[in-house]
Design a protein around this ligand. Structure first.
Ligand SMILES: NC(=O)C1=CN([C@@H]2O[C@H](COP(=O)(O)OP(=O)(O)OC[C@H]3O[C@@H](n4cnc5c(N)ncnc54)[C@H](O)[C@@H]3O)[C@@H](O)[C@H]2O)C=CC1
Ligand SMILES: O=C(O)[C@@H]1CCC=N1
Length: 264
C-alpha cells in the first residue's frame, strides 16, 4: 500500500501517474487538509482518502508531498506511527533526508526525490538520493514507482538543491520562454493562437531532436544559424541582453532559495 500525504498539485500528479502505470486505486491512499479536496480526490481517482495518522500506520510506502514549510508539522503528526520498516519518500524542495530522519527519530529509510510537473504526461525528470538508512532496495523501489512516469536519475544528495533549480523548476522556465516568444509574435502582428501554435510546435520539435539525436545543443543550434542570416541576428540581441548570464543567475537563485527553505 502506498500513501501520498498532502495531495496537492505534485501529489495528485504522482498519484495519477501511478494509476496510469497500473497500480489499482485500492493500493493507493491519499491525505488532504481540506474536506472538499478529499472528496474531489475520492471522486476523480477512487482512492481512499484517510488521515495522515491512518496513512502512516497502514501504508508501507509514504510519499510526502506537502510544501517544505508544512513538512515539520506533518512529520511531528505522523512520528509516533512510522515504524522503521516503512519507506518514506520526501518530495519537497530543500528538505534533506537528515531533516526527515531527525523528526521521525527512528532508523526509517528515507529517499529524497525531486520530480517535476511533466509527471502529468509521463515525461517527468525525477532525481533521487538515499538517506542514512536507505539502501539499494529502497532506491530500486523508488525507481519502480517513478520510472513509469518519466526518467529517473540517482544523484548525491549534495546535488539535490541544484537539481531542484534545474529540473524541478525547469518546466517553468520553458513556459516563461514560450510566453515571451508568443508576445514577440504578437508584436510582429501574428494572431495569438497562431503564435502559440508555432512556438509550441517549435519547442516540442527542438526538445525531441535534443533528446533523440544525441547531438550537443550547440551543434543543433549551429545547424539553424546561417551565416549572415536571421537566427544570428536574434542571437546577437540575446547576447546583448545577457540572456545566458540571466539564466546562470536565475538558476543559482533558485538553488539558494532551496537551501533557505531547508533552513526553515
Ligand atoms: N509544483 C511543482 O512543480 C513541484 C513541486 N515540488 C514539491 O512538491 C511539494 C508540493 O508542491 P505543490 O504540489 O506544488 O503544492 P500544493 O500546495 O499544491 O500541495 C501541497 C498540499 O499539501 C496539503 N497539506 C499541507 N499540510 C498538510 C497536512 N499536514 N496534512 C495533509 N495535507 C497537507 C495542502 O493542503 C496542499 O493541498 C513541495 O514540497 C514542492 O517543493 C517538487 C517538484 C515540482
Ligand atoms: O517552486 C518550488 O518551490 C517548487 C520546487 C520545484 C518546483 N516547484
Amino acid at each position: 500500500m502506498i500513501a501520498i500525504l498532502g495531495t496537492g498539485k505534485m501529489g495528485e500528479a504522482l498519484m495519477s501517474g501511478l494509476l496510469r502505470a497500473g497500480f489499482k486505486s485500492g493500493q493507493i491512499m491519499a491525505t488532504a487538509r481540506r474536506v472538499e479536496r478529499a472528496e474531489a480526490l475520492r471522486e476523480s481517482y477512487g482512492v481512499r482518502v484517510v488521515s495522515n495518522i491512518e496513512a502512516a500506520k497502514s501504508a508501507d510506502t509514504l510519499i510526502l508531498t506537502v510544501k517544505p514549510q508544512d513538512m515539520a508539522g506533518l512529520l511531528a503528526e505522523i512520528q509516533p506511527y512510522v515504524p522503521a520498516d516503512r519507506l518514506v519518500i520526501s518530495a519537497a524542495a530543500g528538505i534533506t533526508t537528515a531533516f526527515v530522519e531527525s523528526r521521525l527519530g527512528t532508523d526509517v529509510p528515507v529517499v529524497r526525490v525531486m520530480s517535476n510537473t511533466p509527471v502529468l504526461v509521463d515525461e517527468a525528470m525525477s532525481v533521487i538520493s538515499a538517506g542514512a538508512h536507505a539502501g539499494e532496495e529502497h532506491l530500486r523501489h523508488t525507481e519502480e514507482l517513478l520510472k513509469p512516469v518519466g526518467k529517473v536519475l540517482r544523484i548525491p544528495e549534495s546535488q539535490q538543491d541544484a537539481a531542484t533549480a534545474l529540473s524541478g523548476s525547469g518546466p517553468a522556465y520553458f513556459f516563461y520562454l514560450v510566453e515571451a516568444m508568443v508576445d514577440a509574435g504578437i508584436l510582429l502582428g501574428m494572431p495569438r493562437s497562431a503564435a502559440l501554435d508555432m512556438v509550441t510546435q517549435s519547442i516540442v520539435g527542438a526538445a525531441i531532436m535534443l533528446r533523440d539525436s544525441g547531438e550537443h545543443p550547440v551543434i543543433l543550434r549551429e545547424a539553424v544559424t546561417s551565416p549572415g542570416g536571421t537566427t544570428i541576428a536574434a542571437i546577437a540581441e540575446l547576447e546583448r541582453h545577457s540572456v545566458r548570464a540571466a539564466f546562470l543567475a536565475a538558476i543559482e537563485a533558485a538553488r539558494d532559495r532551496g537551501r533557505e527553505l531547508a533552513a526553515g
